[in-house]
Design a protein around this ligand. Structure first.
Ligand code: SF4
Length: 109
């Protein structure tokens, strides 16, 4: 199956509704055309404008109760391009699952 946004081959068995939104723990670099509320953004150590994160590493825009994006209609370009079931999705889910199984604290770069 091919994701229409990214053109990437995806695993159709993967579904966001059965995931803990682990992609929303990745660094999201903002593009010039992104319009995200300022209070949800931060500067990376390299000076890039990024989505801010909370103390647990989740994107500041996530609704922690439902694990949904609270700014879905305004979500950044990178989030729009992230293919559900694509290679990066599968990789981050696998890493998250592995760290949880081994009891390793999940620390993000
Ligand atoms: S902006 Fe929304 S979709 Fe993007 S990482 Fe944050 S919560 Fe997830």
């Amino acid at each position: 199956m091919i994701d229409p946004m990214s053109g990437e081959a995806v695993d159709p068995r993967v579904d966001c509704t059965r995931c803990e939104a682990v992609c929303c723990r990745l660094t999201v670099v903002l593009m010039p055309d992104d319009h995200v509320p300022d209070h949800l953004t931060a500067r990376s150590e390299h000076g890039l404008e990024v989505m801010a994160r909370d103390e647990d590493g989740w994107c500041a825009a996530i609704d922690p109760l439902h694990l949904h994006c609270s700014i879905y209609a305004q979500r950044p370009t990178i989030c729009r391009m992230f293919a559900m079931g694509g290679s990066q999705c599968l990789e981050v889910r696998e890493t998250y699952r592995d760290q949880r199984l081994r009891g390793i604290p999940i620390v993000l770069e």
